[in-house]
Structures are given as structure tokens and as C-alpha cells.
Write a protein that binds this ligand. Structure first.
Ligand code: EPU
Length: 347
């Protein structure tokens, strides 16, 4: 395994901003990862783990440590009665994995078609789209501990999955590198079409096939997201805020059409109106309340078809992205009193 120096990170991210890595390496297996860890330890370097680079904001100054790009490959299918396990290396491209499972006729990942990035990133932020979150299908996650080199499996219930959240984002979980993920898929396919965009798409057709659902999701996404080949973007730049029922009621008095969705994991037997239980649509807020849809300032803007998506139109810097993002945050707070957070990982 080769350790390179002064490698530009800009083109290793889909936002296409950020400086250089002081040291950089590509790791294909646990042995490589152990060596990288020892190198960082010997030089007292901090480590940054990079997957597909589709959900990360790198500073203009770059990263003065060791950037490790995860390149663990391999997809394996294991039969298990009604269900099937697909075990994938963390460095596999996510959408290639989705496509491979659909070609074999296994269901579970079809609604998550077209999401950029690698397999290893999916548990970290509990990737979700079109009514499915990856926590619904994850069986276990294999990790490598950067502190002590230990390899450990985390079963689903130990991953502490939440909305765009997991144990791997916590202080205790941050030193874990995801090396492999096992997903539990079904042979008996039941289309999941409850999400509005899919329900509308299939309003005239009953029981679409797995392939048809994938096609629909790809089409819906293509209409909503900018082309990664043309502009820099990281998908949703902000999280949808989750507010209390009280806060939602207040907002609804002022904006009667504001959409809100109960968070799935809430315990409705003991509703506390002060706890955050209602997920708001930030796209709606940015569009209908703040008038920021398609708003552009220099090389940075919010996408015209989906304001949750921040776009680098050319040669924006990270500071410009941050400045623009802060102005969006301030505007949302001034209009609604809601503090929004980035969904992308800010380094
Ligand atoms: N809307 C507007 N104006 C717009 C666009 C949308 O008012 O210009 C409103 C509509 O009412 C729409 C609602 O916003 O129904 C919700 O929008 P959408 O269904 O497009 O989803 P989203 O909340 O913007 C989330 C995820 C996406 C995921 C989609 C589809 C987050 C932060 N984002 O977006 O995930 O693909 O749902 O399920 O949860 C990502 O995390 O990077 C990501 C792309």
C-alpha cells in the first residue's frame, strides 16, 4: 500500500471544493488499513476516512493528516430461506450494489436506487429515500477500530439508527471504519409505493416489478437532482428539521399548508407535545416561506428544482459554500425560529 503526499481532495468529492490531503492512501483490506493506522500513529497524524465523497465538505486549507480512502471490494450473496443476505465490501459503489440485487430479483434496496456514494457510507448516516431507510434492511456492519485495530461486527439493534444518524456518528463510534455491510433482502417482493412521488408515478399501474420501481426512482431523482457530471453537489445539503407538536401547531397557524410528517420511531402511546416528533420539509420552507428556491450568489446556489440541494456551479471555494449556507440558515431562523443543520459531513 502506497502513501502519497499532497493530494488534491477536490476531485475526490462530489461538491468539488476543498484543499489537499497532507498524506493520502487507498486501502483494499484490513491489512492495508492496519498499515495506514500505524503510519498515522507513528507520525501523530489525525485520520479522515473518505468513501465516495458524496456527502462531505472539505475545508479550503485541506486536511493536515492522513486521508484514507476505503476501497474494500466484493459482493457475496448468501441464501437464507425466504430471505437472502448480500454482503458487500464498504468500497463498492452503492448504486452498482442496488442494481446487482435487483438483477438477481431480490428486493429491499430498489427504493434506494440512484443514491451516489459507497456502501460503507450507508449505515453511517442511515441513508434514506422514497419511504425506505437503509436501517430497514441492514443485518450487520463490520468495523475496524482506528484506536486499537480491532475488527468488530455491529448487529442492527446496536447501530442506534435514527434519522440520518447512527452510532457511527457519535463520539464513541467515530473511530470505527466500516469495512463490510450485510443487508437482509427478500425473495418475496412487495412494492413499497407509499411515498408521494412514487404513488403519483404509479397511480395508473398496479404491482410494478422491481426493475420498474428502480426505473421510476431513477427518473424521479433525475428530475429533482442536478447532474453530478455538470455541477458540484452533495445531494441534500441540510437535514429536514424535526420539531415538537407544539412548534408545528404554531407554524401551522401562520402557514396553514406547511407539511409535517410524524417521525416513524415516535412512541404515540405517550405523546409529549414538547418532544421533537414532527419532521418538516425544509424544501417546502426554503421554497414557500423563504423564497430561496433557485437562489444563487456567485458560484453557489440552491438548485432550481430542489432547494435542499446546494450547488457549486463552477469554482466555488469551501468558504463561499459555508458563507452561503450560513445565510440560508440565518434566513430560515429569522422566518421560522428553526435552527437547521447540515446533512453533509462538515470537516
Ligand atoms: N417541496 C417544495 N418545493 C420544492 C421541492 C419540494 O415545496 O421545490 C416540498 C414538497 O412539498 C415535497 C416536500 O418538499 O413533497 C419534500 O420534498 P422531497 O420529497 O423532494 O424530499 P426532501 O425532504 O427534500 C428527502 C431526503 C432525500 C431523499 C428524498 C426522497 C433528507 C435531508 N433528504 O428530501 O435524501 O432523496 O427525501 O425520499 O432527508 C439526501 O439525504 O442527500 C437525500 C437526497
Amino acid at each position: 500500500m502506497e502513501i502519497k503526499e499532497n493530494i488534491s481532495l477536490r476531485d475526490l468529492t462530489t461538491l468539488k471544493v476543498g484543499g489537499e490531503a497532507r498524506y493520502f492512501c487507498l486501502v483494499k483490506n484490513v491489512k492495508d488499513l492496519s498499515q495506514a493506522r500505524e503510519f498515522a500513529e507513528s507520525k501523530k497524524l489525525s485520520i479522515l476516512i473518505l468513501g465516495g465523497g458524496s456527502n462531505i465538505l472539505i475545508p479550503d486549507e485541506g486536511f493536515f493528516g492522513l486521508v484514507i480512502k476505503i476501497d474494500f471490494k466484493g459482493i457475496e450473496f448468501v441464501d437464507k430461506d425466504e430471505s437472502v443476505r448480500v454482503i458487500s465490501g464498504a468500497g463498492e459503489n452503492w448504486d452498482s450494489l442496488v442494481e446487482a440485487t435487483i438483477q438477481k430479483g431480490f428486493s429491499g434496496l430498489e427504493n434506494l436506487s440512484g443514491i451516489p456514494g459507497t456502501v460503507g457510507a450507508t449505515p453511517v448516516q442511515n441513508v434514506g429515500a422514497y419511504g425506505v431507510e437503509v436501517k430497514n434492511v441492514i443485518n450487520w456492519v463490520e468495523t475496524f477500530n482506528l484506536d486499537n485495530g480491532e475488527v468488530k461486527k455491529f448487529y442492527n439493534q446496536d447501530c442506534q439508527f435514527g434519522y440520518r444518524d447512527s452510532f457511527f456518528k457519535t463520539e464513541d463510534g467515530k473511530n470505527l471504519v466500516i469495512t463490510k455491510v450485510s443487508y437482509l433482502l427478500e425473495r418475496n417482493y412487495q412494492p413499497k409505493l407509499a411515498y408521494k412521488d412514487l404513488a403519483v408515478y404509479f397511480s395508473d399501474s398496479k404491482d410494478p416489478s422491481l426493475g420498474e420501481v428502480r426505473k421510476a426512482v431513477l427518473k424521479i431523482r433525475a428530475d429533482k437532482f442536478p447532474d453530478l457530471k455538470k455541477v458540484g453537489t452533495a445531494g441534500s445539503f441540510f437535514k429536514n428539521p424535526i420539531v415538537s407538536q407544539d412548534k408545528f401547531n404554531k407554524l401551522r397557524k401562520k402557514y396553514p399548508d406547511i407539511p409535517g410528517f410524524p417521525v416513524a420511531s415516535s412512541d404515540f402511546s405517550s405523546i409529549n407535545h414538547k418532544l421533537p416528533t414532527i419532521k418538516l420539509s425544509l424544501a417546502w420552507i426554503l421554497d414557500k416561506i423563504c423564497g430561496l428556491k433557485g437562489k444563487r450568489d456567485g458560484q453557489v446556489g440552491l438548485f432550481e428544482n430542489q432547494p435542499l440541494v446546494l450547488v457549486n456551479f463552477g469554482n466555488a471555494t469551501t468558504d463561499e459554500v459555508k458563507g452561503f449556507s450560513n445565510s440560508v440558515k440565518e434566513k430560515v431562523f429569522a422566518q421560522t425560529g428553526i435552527k437547521i443543520d447540515e446533512e453533509v459531513r462538515v470537516i
